[in-house]
Design a protein around this ligand. Structure first.
Ligand SMILES: [Zn+2]
Length: 462
């Protein structure tokens, strides 16, 4: 039985889909004004693994992740750059697609954009106005009136007094009745993108786009809503308040939040100088190493990025690939204890560290039996790949991974290594063993281990 931790109830609950055999899941996506950073990668990989596993469990999954392509940050960045807003958002949407593909993240089924959904956003605000839980302020902004929704705070477990104390305030230029009220529609300012509405020209607030697009794609009540933990309050609290006030129905059954990512035990921030984009990290590490690192901790636990943790990830992948190397093709065995344990781990709130432990046990077994029971070892190899596929790792042929060494080597360095290996092979052919040995020493000094096999010489980082 699949159990999932709900941020709402704060406990693991057995998963029961609203429609048998189907899962509707909405995840808050990127605001596209810059490159995705490692924290984004964690959230993206978390929900990639969750949706992959739900599909393995036989569910027809409808995975929706929005793209926020109109927002203050976008407008400000475009002005700073002197760039057209659409040119800026298109550029970073493309970059996001590239980063995702590099990390083996499968694209969601739907990726609605806020600017393509303005009519349904306006319609939802009209419903909230008709129900008298939203109001038009003097400055022509439309606000949601939090005091009218009794359950406000139920998701993030805050009472409204506490939230008020936590620093909600009315900023200059805002015209709301209460500090907790939040904007649904912003009246147009000069030089900003704008759309016509019953309240005059303007643009949507951030929270309302997610309520409109999620219910558009998945219905008024759906199974799962996810995002990074930082979105729990106020974003998800506000989404819930808007949606349930509009429909009178439960909005979401299970709220899922991915934990924070730290850098050397500190918060990642530009001001601390420890801010990494996905592309920064991929210059240093092979994408599978980064992906392994991102799933090496349970998705709700804090995850710490350090040279050491990436080194552990690299070592782990190398062990898997070395076990898979030179195994003949074989059918995947059915109903093994290994696969049962893997499913039990994933059924327990998608516990990827436990699932990885099963992969290690299987790897040890492959190594133990490969001399005497090659056929069974090969079958286990197929099983290892199958289970790893649910986690999105071991996507490559062992040879090409090990020769690529788990690093993004520069072309120059790879050319040099290959050159030395070719020279050594020539020296051996010429029976100049002293020269061959000295070339091997040179490679060893570069941290490169080589192995001579039937298919030629293979190298990897030692
Ligand atoms: Zn959202």
């Amino acid at each position: 039985m699949l159990q999932i931790y709900s941020s709402h109830s704060k406990k693991k609950e057995p998963f029961k889909p609203i429609h048998q055999g189907k899962v509707g899941i909405y995840v808050c996506g990127m605001t596209v004004y810059d490159y995705c950073h490692l924290g984004h990668a964690r959230s993206m990989v978390t929900f990639d693994v969750i949706t992959r596993y739900l599909r393995v469990r036989g569910y027809a999954v409808n995975y929706v992740r929005n793209i926020t392509d109109i927002d203050d940050k976008i407008i400000n960045r475009a002005h700073e750059n002197g760039e057209d807003i659409t040119a800026l958002t298109e550029r970073f949407i493309e970059a996001m697609f590239e980063d995702e593909a590099a990390l083996y993240i499968l694209r969601p089924d739907k990726e609605p954009r806020a600017t393509d959904n303005i009519p349904s956003i306006i319609e939802l605000i009209e419903t909230l106005m008709a129900k008298d839980v939203a109001y038009l302020a003097e400055n022509n902004d439309v606000y949601y009136e939090v005091a009218k929704f009794d359950d406000y705070g139920k998701l993030s477990h805050r009472d409204t007094d506490e939230s008020t104390q936590a620093g909600a305030r009315i900023a200059i230029g805002e015209a709301k009745k209460d500090p907790l009220d939040f904007v649904l529609w912003k009246a147009a300012k000069p030089g900003e993108p704008q759309w016509d509405s019953p309240w005059g020209p303007g643009r949507p607030g951030w929270h309302i786009e997610c309520s409109a697009m999620s219910m558009n794609c998945l219905g008024e009540s759906f199974d799962m809503h996810g995002g990074g933990f930082d979105l729990l309050f106020p974003h998800h609290e506000n989404e819930l308040a808007q949606s349930e006030a509009a429909t009178g129905k439960p909005f979401v059954n299970t709220w899922i939040h991915a934990g924070f990512l730290q850098i050397n035990k500190e918060k990642m921030s530009k001001s601390l100088g420890n801010f990494f984009t996905i592309r920064d990290v991929l210059k240093e590490y092979h994408p599978e190493v980064v992906r392994y690192f991102l799933i090496s901790s349970h998705y709700r636990s804090p995850l710490n990025y350090s040279t050491e943790s990436l080194g552990i990830a690299r070592g782990a992948l190398e062990r898997f690939y070395i076990a898979l190397r030179d195994l003949p093709a074989a059918e995947c065995p059915k109903d093994t204890e290994f696969e049962k344990r893997f499913h039990d781990s994933m059924d327990d709130d998608f516990n990827t560290p436990l699932a990885l432990a099963v992969l290690f046990d299987l790897t040890r077994e492959i190594n133990r039996i490969r001399e005497d029971q090659l056929e069974l070892a090969a079958q286990y190899g197929a099983l290892l790949r199958k289970m790893a596929g649910v986690l999105g790792i071991l996507n490559q042929a062992p040879e090409s991974y090990l020769q690529g060494s788990g690093d993004s080597d520069s072309d120059d360095e790879v050319a040099k290594i290959k050159g030395l290996i070719a020279a050594r092979n020539q020296a051996r052919k010429d029976k100049d063993f002293a020269k061959a040995d000295s070339l091997r020493d040179e490679l060893t000094n570069m941290g490169i281990a080589i192995e001579d096999g039937a298919d030629g010489t293979v190298w990897r980082r030692s």
